[in-house]
Ligand binder design. Structure first.
Ligand code: M6R
Length: 614
């Protein structure tokens, strides 16, 4: 978490950095800061958002500062406060640093530094790192680049850092391990950021640092890359950025979340375009085609993910087992990595992650690789760490998702997963060609069906108005609709701060039913064809305890409708695709409730889009 931005060149640094930080606020937004250097260099930092930083920094747009480092924070060590905000300065005030990540051994380093006369103004691990760098620079009489390298070899943890030393005013030192860092290459100017969005209007050439890489970026001498662990000079891999400015702006919507909900028809089309070749009776996902033997012969699949991506993994479990008859286990990445999981050579481990940077998921696939598994990554962010670490993979092509609540990332993950399930079933001879074709064709119709569901917006707003003051919600579903219920509940709690639980509908009798009374709204996803009468019975059980029922049903439903207080009809579709379609009204319900409660839907409290800490 945390976003960092840096600039060195001939332009005014302040507006570039502030605009860049606003684009990175999805990574954390509890405090912000900036160090400027040039004619009127200064450090400003504050608790709050980048807009608060602008208020305290005043107008620096023509101050003659052509170098700067900025930071937007998601607190790890130390509460959100002015003194814990970055940039952090060393004891002499000559070195400043912005950092995304965690220095795990900061306490022992702090002790050594304290014994050597250093004192600390903040509670952060980052202030320890900047003072360690200074201590090494002064005690070993080395330049800042070398001091950073020596310090990083003493550090345990994860970092993307940018460091500036007043004694070397023409350069910035950057380094990466575990947290992302991109360098934008302009003409006689360089940009540094946690992703490429802060500099896309200035250059389309970028270098994504790999783990254990560092660079010394100099205004006049260009930049030099090195390995942090050896002194080896490295040749940079320059890539062209595929991001456009309009894709990362709100395009007339009030919030990114709403824009992203409405982008789903296009995003899903982008996921299956060129891959779902129903006319040719095949699906071409190159990450699978290049490893056909692995997918044909694997004896089991383990899926690792967190949050919404974990819910997508649950849908994959149902689908892969059904279509490809292969045993699947879905694991929270954070639990998987700290167990001693049984992974055998030939097993496939699939990591699902929108950002491709989630620390636990990344660590889980590293562990899986060590144990001999074949790792397949399903990511949205191109070039992200998980995408690079995996043996193979496929991008969802959802486009940038800025709202912290995952929406189009989830439905595009499900689209990709559906194609994977069909292709695996075909490869392993476990799906009939009729079913392959039927589900494949329905997938191509989803964008149009989602357009139809989006038209229920005003009905959903009415429902939201009625329940906006509820303190608890239950979400229920059976089969494929169980993960959809979990996802609906997560969406509501993370942006509206209403407590919500997702349950398999039949499991309710084993405890949660005790919670049900007239004050409990229950959202039931009741589209099941196979076990329709079972879900009807579950709805009846809830009704007889006086709960308010909001039902998502298939067009043509008769029984559930009669029992429900509110009904949202979605078009009829094969069961495995319902989670995609049913997610849309659930996203809108959460969105409207959160707005009516005055919540910041794009930047909910305590959260960040990209969770790069454990
Ligand atoms: O980037 P990832 O998909 O790995 O992120 C995983 C979770 O942090 C993420 O899905 C989170 O649960 C969302 N905020 C939910 O909307």
């Amino acid at each position: 978490m945390c976003g960092i931005v840096g600039y060195i060149g001939n332009r005014e640094a302040y507006p570039i950095i502030v605009k860049g930080l606003k684009r990175l606020e999805y990574r954390g937004y509890d405090s912000a800061g900036i160090t400027l250097f040039g004619k009127a260099g200064k450090t400003f930092k504050t608790k709050g958002k980048v807009a608060d930083l602008e208020r305290i920094a005043g107008n620096n747009n023509n101050a003659g500062n052509t170098l700067g480092l900025g930071h937007t924070r998601w607190a790890t060590h130390g509460i959100p406060s002015d003194h814990n905000a970055h940039p952090h300065l060393s004891n002499t005030g000559r070195i400043s640093i912005v950092h995304n990540g965690i220095i795990e051994n900061y306490a022992s380093l702090k002790k050594i530094l304290t014994e050597n006369g250093y004192s600390f103004k903040s509670d952060t691990d980052t202030e320890v790192l900047v003072n360690l760098i200074e201590y090494i620079k002064l005690s070993q009489d080395v330049k800042i680049g070398r001091a950073v390298q020596i310090a990083l070899n003493q550090v345990i943890g994860a970092y993307a850092i940018a460091v500036f030393d007043l004694d070397r005013p023409e350069e910035i030192v950057v380094a990466k391990l575990g947290s992302p860092l991109a360098i934008g290459l302009g003409t006689d100017e360089y940009f540094i950021a946690s992703d490429a969005s802060p500099f896309i209007e200035y250059t389309n050439r970028t270098i994504y640092l790999d783990d254990n890489e560092m660079a010394v970026i100099s205004r006049d001498k260009g930049f030099k890359m090195y390995s942090i662990t050896s002194d080896k000079a490295l040749t940079p891999k320059i890539q062209e950025i595929q991001l456009s400015l309009e894709k990362i702006e709100k395009a007339g919507y009030d919030h990114f979340m709403l824009k992203e909900i409405h982008e789903q028809p296009t995003a899903i089309t982008d996921t299956f375009r060129g891959r779902l070749l129903i006319d040719k009776h095949t699906i071409n996902i190159s990450g699978i085609e290049q490893h056909l033997d692995v997918f044909k012969n694997a004896e089991r699949i383990t899926i690792v993910a967190c949050g919404t991506s974990w819910h997508a993994g649950l849908v994959a479990e149902y689908l892969f087992e059904d279509a490809a008859r292969i045993p699947v286990e879905v694991e929270y990445a954070s639990e998987f990595r700290y167990r001693n999981p049984v992974i055998n050579k030939g097993d496939i481990v699939i990591a699902i992650s929108q950002s491709g940077e989630t620390a636990d998921t990344l660590a889980a696939i590293k562990l899986a690789k060590e144990k001999g598994a074949f790792v397949f990554g399903i990511c949205n962010v191109v070039g992200s760490s998980i995408a690079r670490e995996a043996d193979s993979g496929a991008y969802t092509h959802a486009g940038p998702e800025i709202g912290v609540a995952s929406t189009k990332a989830f439905t595009t993950q499900l689209t990709l997963i559906t194609m994977m399930g069909l292709r695996l079933g075909q490869l392993r001879g476990t799906i009939s060609s009729q079913d392959f074709e039927r589900v494949g064709k329905q997938l191509t119709k989803l964008p149009k069906l989602i357009e139809r569901v989006l038209k229920y917006d005003s009905l959903i707003q009415e429902i939201a108005r009625e329940y906006k003051d509820a303190t608890n919600f239950l979400y229920l579903g059976r089969g494929y609709n169980f993960p959809a219920a979990l996802e609906g509940a997560l969406k509501l709690k993370e942006i509206s701060y209403i407590h919500a639980e997702g349950y398999p509908a039949a499991e309710m009798k084993h405890g949660p039913i005790a919670l049900i009374d007239e004050n409990m709204p229950v959202v039931v996803i009741a589209t099941n064809k196979g076990h329709y009468e079972k879900i009807v019975s579950n709805v009846q059980e809830i009704k007889s305890r006086n709960a308010k029922i909001i039902a998502i049903v298939s067009k043509g439903d008769e029984s559930v409708k009669l029992l429900s207080d509110h009904v949202i009809e979605i078009p009829e579709i094969t069961e495995s695709l319902v989670p995609i379609l049913a997610s849309v009204p659930l996203q809108l319900l959460s969105y409207h409730i959160a707005i009516m409660r005055g919540c910041n839907v794009d930047q909910p409290r305590n959260l960040a889009k990209s969770v790069t800490v454990e």
